[in-house]
Design a protein around this ligand. Structure first.
Ligand SMILES: [Zn+2]
Length: 529
């Protein structure tokens, strides 16, 4: 038996090395792009029956592992608490009634199950994602195969998909000094409890960050007319996730430092996330998030923050967008809001909220927010349209066409047009960089584990480490060079550099410049995420 296991282990190693080509084990990454089927791997044990994935023609049942992620990102060390994410998809023609998904660690002594979960019913084409957070602590350094196995069962048969990658854990002594010394710490400012890691830039600049948070909270609360402050936790992390800020329940997760990586203004991001934190309390409805279309929650955050990533004249900027030909009709934008080109969607949403507030003032806008009501089966468009009719006595098309006429009458603002083009292209390049080289940072699938558990258990790696590869580093340097050019005022050179980077990376939304004329449809960004 032991001989067979050793043979199996050697076989797995050879298989994975063959799949990796000539790359050394340290550079191991066998990660397909989301949406592509996992490679069909032969069975890992001589007794198992190989199953093909996707299914062979004629087979009714098929399962594919379309995404497999291991956290923390970047290099791994002995003692790390590992997390796994697996996404499986029914790629067969028949429904699957259930099944299991397992993560195993291979080794000379056989396979050890590290994590497992049941699969729900999956219709053909349906996907299911499983995440196991901090489920296994790597005991020592070394290299081993990590194997994902998904099994699905249908009424008349079964199917299996496998995935394997080599994982190398360095010795604990190799852990970077900053991470070895980092500990979670907390401090109180007037508005908020600040959670940060010792030895990081957030600790060094804590007084300034606290002052910014207090100012942002006071500004947003005054704007909303909320007399009672809410409990707010601000978690400062060095890892860049998404666009640098997330609001999760009572917590704001913010990247610091951020302005040396993205063309953003941190106080604006703080105000934006504070709006998210306070919106439901302002409306007086605890479950408001489920009722409000994302176009309205994000538009409100952009409007009250006074800009998307930085202070911006929203109406002038929306007029510039209209002239550039990038406009997305509101009834389209409101559906699946986050799948549309991000900077365009947020700008239109923010300017639309500004328009509504201009039309009927703040009290009427609040009535509108309170009348947004999602009934079972309602689309975002239905919810928005009904509330607009009830409160503003116009439907979505009527309001938009009058608003667009007003925007078209504004005189052109070339500065806003140039800046918008730069910001849009920069963030599109950033997101493409993230999807390609740092998928856990991509905002729609960001790895944001529970910070409270991390604090309780002293886990810091997920909030500090990022993947590193020579190609990724080069793309990142190009992105930063363009940001620095724009910061020096050379927007045209920055844009040209970003467009070249975008062509190399394969950005979906802005492969080329958008001509400066109205009526040109914007490249479709629906494929995102
Ligand atoms: Zn937001």
């Amino acid at each position: 038996m032991a001989r067979i296991r050793r043979w199996v282990f050697a076989g797995v190693l050879l298989l994975v090395l063959w799949l990796l080509g000539a790359r050394p084990p340290e550079a191991v990454l066998l990660r397909p792009m989301a949406g592509t089927p996992s490679p069909a791997l032969p069975a890992l044990t001589p007794s198992a029956v190989p199953t093909a994935s996707p299914p062979t023609p004629g087979s009714r049942y098929g399962l594919a592992i379309v995404d497999f992620r291991l956290h923390p990102d970047g290099p791994l060390y002995a003692g790390d608490r590992l997390s796994f994410e697996v996404e499986v998809r029914n790629v067969g023609r028949a429904p699957l009634a259930g099944g299991r998904v397992e993560i195993r660690r291979g080794g000379p002594e056989g396979e050890e199950i590290l994590a497992e979960a049941a699969l729900p019913e999956l219709a053909p084409g349906a996907s299911h994602r499983v995440a196991w957070t901090w489920v296994w602590q790597a005991p020592g350094s070394g290299t081993f195969p990590l194997i994902g196995i998904a099994r699905g069962e249908g009424a008349g048969g079964a199917t299996e998909a496998r995935w394997a990658q080599l994982v190398t854990l360095g010795p604990q002594e190799a852990l970077p000094e900053t991470e070895r010394r980092a500990r979670w710490a907390q401090a109180r400012s007037r508005c908020c409890t600040h959670v940060y890691l010792t030895g990081t830039a957030a600790e060094a600049d804590l007084a300034r960050l606290m002052a910014w948070a207090d100012e942002a909270e006071a500004t947003v609360r005054a704007r909303m007319g909320l007399s009672t402050p809410l409990p707010i936790y601000v978690v400062w992390i060095p890892r860049l996730l998404g666009h640098g800020g997330f609001a999760v329940g009572d917590s704001l997760i913010l990247t610091y430092p951020v302005a040396d990586r993205l063309p953003v203004d941190l106080p604006t991001i703080l105000r934006h996330e504070m709006v998210h934190r306070m919106t439901c309390a302002w409306i007086g409805r605890e479950d408001c998030v489920g009722h409000l279309p994302a176009l309205i929650t994000e538009g409100l955050a952009v409007f009250i923050a006074g800009g998307h990533y930085r202070p911006e004249p929203l109406t002038q900027r929306a007029a510039a967008l209209l002239r550039m030909g990038g406009w997305i009709p509101l009834e389209e934008l409101v559906e699946d809001f986050y799948a549309h080109p991000h900077e365009i969607g947020y700008l239109e949403a923010g300017a639309f909220v500004e328009e509504l507030v201009r039309k009927g003032g703040w009290p009427r806008f609040l009535d509108f927010l309170r009348s947004l009501e999602r009934r079972p089966g309602d689309s975002d468009r239905t919810v928005l349209d009904r509330a607009l009719r009830d409160v503003y006595h116009q439907d979505i098309r009527g309001i938009e066409s009058r608003w667009r006429e007003a925007l078209e009458r504004l005189s052109p603002d070339p500065e806003q047009a140039a800046d918008l083009r730069f910001v849009w292209t920069f963030f599109e390049a950033l997101r493409t960089y993230q999807r390609t080289y740092d998928p856990s940072a991509y905002f729609l699938k960001a790895w944001l584990p529970d910070w409270r558990q991390a604090v309780r258990e002293g886990i810091v790696a997920d909030f500090m480490r990022a993947p590193d590869s020579p190609e990724g580093r080069r793309a990142w340097q190009d992105l930063q060079a363009a940001r620095a050019q724009a910061a020096r005022g050379d927007i045209a050179a920055a844009l040209a550099a970003l467009q070249a980077l975008c062509r190399a990376l394969g950005c979906s939304d802005v492969a080329g410049p958008v001509p400066e004329r109205p009526g040109l449809p914007v490249p479709d960004g629906r494929a995102k995420g």
